[in-house]
Design a protein around this ligand. Structure first.
Ligand SMILES: Cc1cc2nc3c(=O)[nH]c(=O)nc-3n(C[C@H](O)[C@H](O)[C@H](O)COP(=O)(O)O)c2cc1C
Length: 182
């Protein structure tokens, strides 16, 4: 399974040295042959404002999501929820409501945080948002990486148990995602 699957990854963190970006990179390395994981760049998006009409950076991102077979989002938790820039990107991409590029799109959600909770609250909020966008949400296994600054160093997942969880996650995800296509 997984042959020819293109995945677009969104890191909820814009900072260099992000553990969540590192999680996506690790998932890319752990992916079976034939799976291509590319990272989305959404830092140029303006604040959501429908009065802006068609925004080139939004349209480019929308096209990337449209062409991806599946999406993976790894996010930190900011004040018990998801980071503003990520929510802003999702708000742009969520239009037209219920018929956006995310409608029916297979999406996997992960989180990583230095705290013991591992961003689980943000992950739950993100799933609620994606539910509102009628995306198909990968239900199981769930991965919320606590103590992330000890487990992920210099962009690499150095904790073997975490690597194994990620390997199980990506194997399950690439088997599940193609089955969600209409
Ligand atoms: C504004 C802000 C709010 C934060 N709130 C939380 C929080 O509610 N829960 C949590 O576990 N970590 C919180 N943190 C810590 C982040 O999880 C951590 O700094 C970092 O962003 C981890 O992800 P990254 O390495 O991918 O950037 C917060 C950090 C910032 C900057």
């Amino acid at each position: 399974m997984g042959d020819g699957l293109s995945i677009l990854g969104f890191s909820g963190s814009l900072r260099r040295g992000s553990v969540n970006t590192a999680v996506l990179a690790e998932l890319g390395r752990l992916s079976p042959k034939g799976v291509a994981l590319q990272l989305a760049d959404y830092r140029e998006l303006p604040h959501f404002d429908p009065d802006l009409g068609e925004v080139e950076a939004v349209e480019r991102l929308r096209t990337q999501v449209h062409h991806a077979d599946a999406v993976l989002i790894a996010t930190p938790e900011y004040n018990y929820s998801i980071p503003g820039p990520l929510k802003n990107a999702l708000d742009w991409l969520s239009r037209p409501a219920y018929k956006s590029v995310f409608a029916g799109k297979p999406v996997g959600v992960l989180s990583a945080s230095p705290s013991p909770v591992g961003g689980a609250r943000a992950q739950q909020h993100l799933k609620t948002t994606l539910f509102g966008m009628v995306a198909r949400i990968f239900p199981h296994p769930e991965v919320a990486i606590g103590g992330a600054s000890d487990r992920i160093k210099d962009g690499r997942v150095v904790h073997e148990g975490t690597r194994q969880s990620l390997a199980r996650y990506i194997a399950g995800f690439v088997a599940w995602a193609p089955r969600q296509r209409h």
